[in-house]
Each structure stands twice: as structure tokens, then as C-alpha cells.
Design a protein around this ligand. Structure first.
Ligand code: HEC
Length: 186
């Protein structure tokens, strides 16, 4: 059936009918349109301010920052925390200074290994990922002669020196023969 239009005798509304279904052609009320366009403008402004201009951290960023703070308070880290430090050249340099002063006696000046294992190969006794390296340094392996550095150096320095170890990992400086298992993780 064709589209038929009629004007309602009582309300004066223009009504169209199609296949027996009637619908008014009323204009949308301004208050309703105001809310619709208002939400659109708000969404665009929100996207611009939070996603593009970063005026304030987003809820997700705030949560991530809070989680990182909690981990820092507990002296734990995740891979991203350590990788973030590894991306800051000043921290890696600070880590190298700690290494030269504190670790090279046992791990060699270039990390090639002496009493302690070669840290420049891709084979690890306790895992070669960011968190594993951080944890081994923090907790040590006292039974095997690797001291517990967390209480001595503090979390920030342990992170820096872990970042430095990450930077020499897989550079294969000739030295002590590989010990452990090939590391295939991050
Ligand atoms: C007194 C000697 C000594 C000192 C000093 C020392 N280490 Fe070690 N380290 C060892 C020994 C020994 C091992 C091997 C432990 C084992 O056999 O489980 C080791 C293991 C490690 C490992 C794990 C290697 C793997 O294959 O999983 C890392 C990482 C490491 N040391 C980093 C450091 C850092 C960083 C420092 C300085 C803050 C440091 N060590 C200082 C003796 C030392």
C-alpha cells in the first residue's frame, strides 16, 4: 500500500500511514534535541580533552598509575615498569654505575661472567625477562652466592640496574659459558 498522509482532525498532527501503520510527523521537541546534540558536543570535547590533549589522565591511566604506585609500595614490579625504566637513558646510565661498583666483581666488567653467570648471553638460570631479572637482583640467590640486593640498593636502584642488565642481555660478550635455559620470553 502506498504512503498516505492525513491530518488528524482533533490534534492537527500530520500522520502518515504505510502498510496500516500510522506515525505522526511531529518535530522533535527542542529539549530532546538539546540533550542529543549536547551529548554529541560533550563526547567530542571529552575525546579532544582526554584522548588527544591529555588535559587530565583518563580513568584507565589513573588506574594504571595507581596500580604502579601499589606495586612500588610493595616493592614489586611488572614487565612494563622495568621496560619503562629501560627506555630512560639516564636510568640505564645510573644502572651501569651501580653495576660497575657493585656487580662487576662477580659478573665481570662487561657482564661476561666470573663467579656469577654471564649476563650478556640469552641463557638464564632464573629467567631473563624484565620481572625475572629484577626479582633475582632484589631477592638474590643467597644459597648460590648471589647476594640479596633489594634492602642494600633500594627498589629504584634495583630497577635501574635491571634495566642496564636488560640492555646488555643477548649482546653475547665472550666470557663464562652459558648456564641455564635459553630465555624465550619478553
Ligand atoms: C658475590 C658475587 C656476586 C655479586 C656481587 C653479584 N652477583 Fe649476581 N649472581 C652471582 C651468582 C653466583 C649467581 C648465580 C646464582 C645461581 O647459581 O643460582 C648470580 C646470578 C645473577 C643473576 C641471574 C642470572 C641468571 O642466569 O638467571 C642476575 C640477573 C644477577 N646475578 C645480577 C646481579 C646484579 C645486577 C648484581 C649487582 C647489583 C649482582 N648480580 C651482584 C654472584 C654475584
Amino acid at each position: 500500500m502506498a504512503d498516505i498522509k492525513r491530518t488528524d482532525a482533533i490534534s492537527g498532527d500530520v500522520i502518515h500511514e504505510y502498510d496500516g501503520i500510522e506515525e505522526c510527523d511531529n518535530e522533535l521537541p527542542n529539549w530532546w534535541l538539546g540533550i542529543l546534540y549536547g551529548t554529541m558536543i560533550f563526547a567530542a570535547g571529552y575525546w579532544l580533552a582526554f584522548q588527544q590533549l591529555h588535559v587530565e589522565p583518563t580513568a584507565a591511566e589513573e588506574l594504571a598509575a595507581y596500580d604502579a604506585k601499589q606495586r612500588a609500595a610493595q616493592g614489586t614490579v611488572n614487565d612494563e615498569d622495568v621496560l619503562l625504566v629501560a627506555k630512560q637513558p639516564a636510568s640505564v646510565v645510573a644502572g651501569k654505575q651501580v653495576f660497575d661498583a657493585t656487580c662487576s666483581a662477580c659478573h665481570g666488567e662487561k657482564g661476561e661472567g666470573k663467579i656469577g653467570p654471564n649476563l650478556t648471553d640469552s641463557v638464564w638460570l632464573h629467567g631473563g625477562g624484565p620481572v625475572q631479572i629484577f626479582s633475582t637482583i632484589r631477592d638474590g640467590v643467597p644459597a648460590k652466592g648471589m647476594p640479596t640486593w633489594g634492602p642494600v640498593l633500594g627498589a629504584a636502584s634495583v630497577k635501574n640496574v635491571a634495566a642496564y642488565v636488560l640492555s646488555i642481555r643477548n649482546t653475547n660478550v665472550p666470557g663464562k659459558a652459558p648456564q641455564g635455559e635459553p630465555w624465550k620470553g619478553l
